[in-house]
Design a protein around this ligand. Structure first.
Ligand code: NAP
Length: 258
């Protein structure tokens, strides 16, 4: 099997698991891509708007001795996701791991939230997970195995003022995860969700200080988490060590949702 590295060279690919991580150009997705590559997976670094950053992620993977490729695709687009999965399966013959990490926020109070902001967040966060899972599940059923991890959020468990759209999308991901786990389990496919709390990324860097302080007060460990905290949990869930875990929501939130 061949692959194209970040320098555009064709290289022989040793037989390893293929892992697709959506939104892996930056933030938590990048950390997950690096963690999976470190475990030996060939990582498809998906991006939408941040092509340069996705290439940076790939270079980081390669500098650490790993392998992968970048792939631009808007996860909110059902047909584009279908085309991406078809192309990846045609070239790699198998996809073993799917991590649905791509996500956005469009915060605002319910009373003033625009229909567009509600729809867009649902389209990317929830329908994006459906789109990739829908197109990949037939392949995983054929393979009789595979791992899916979806990024939910503490907000999907507890709710959060100013985030009705985001919380609805992240709660929806939990239902989607549990249903898929029930449908796919008999073929050895595990489906789990990870629900991070306050994690330091671009998504949270513009939070008003008062909101950050209020959240930190609710965190038992009294501090925000790192992208590595989330990535290590995802890496565990797709590893052999987690082969008997499915349909679960694992909170990585310093005890915030306890
Ligand atoms: P981030 O830094 O804002 O990164 C978001 C990622 O999603 C980017 O890589 C972005 O890619 C990708 N993305 C957005 N729209 C996309 C689309 N239509 N198609 C493909 N990719 C798309 O966010 P983060 O903090 O790393 O969050 C990652 C995930 O964890 C999200 O699902 C988020 O909801 C969840 N989460 C985060 C926290 C937190 O505190 N940070 C807490 C709980 C849950 P491009 O730049 O290429 O568009």
């Amino acid at each position: 099997m061949n692959r194209i590295n970040s320098s555009g060279e064709k290289q022989e690919q040793i037989c390893r698991r293929v892992a697709l991580v959506t939104g892996a150009g930056r933030g938590i997705g990048r950390a997950i891509a690096l963690a999976l590559a470190q475990q030996g997976d060939f990582v498809i670094v998906n991006y939408n708007g941040s092509g340069e950053k996705a290439l940076e992620t790939l270079k980081m993977i390669e500098s650490a001795g790993g392998a992968g490729e970048v792939y631009g695709c808007n996860v909110a687009d059902f047909d584009a996701c279908g085309a991406m999965i078809k192309d990846l399966v045609a070239r790699h013959k198998h996809i073993d791991v799917l991590v649905n990490n791509a996500g956005i926020t469009r915060d605002g109070l319910l009373a003033g939230m625009s229909e567009e902001d509600f729809d867009r967040v649902l389209e990317v966060n929830l329908k994006g997970c459906f789109n990739t899972m829908r197109h990949l599940s037939r392949q995983l059923l054929k393979q009789r195995g595979g791992r899916i991890v979806n990024l939910s959020s503490v907000s999907g468990i507890m709710g959060n003022p100013g985030q009705a759209n985001y919380c609805a999308s992240k709660a929806g991901i939990i239902g989607l995860t549990k249903s898929a786990a029930r449908e796919l389990g008999s073929r050895g496919i595990t489906v789990n969700a990870v629900a991070p709390g306050l994690i330091e990324t671009e998504m949270t860097e513009h939070l008003p200080e008062a909101v950050r302080e209020d959240m930190t007060r609710q965190i038992l460990l009294k501090r925000a988490g790192s992208v590595r905290d989330v990535a290590q949990t995802v890496a565990f869930l797709v590893s052999d060590a987690a082969s008997y875990i499915t349909g679960q929501v694992i909170s990585v939130d310093g005890g915030m949702s306890t």
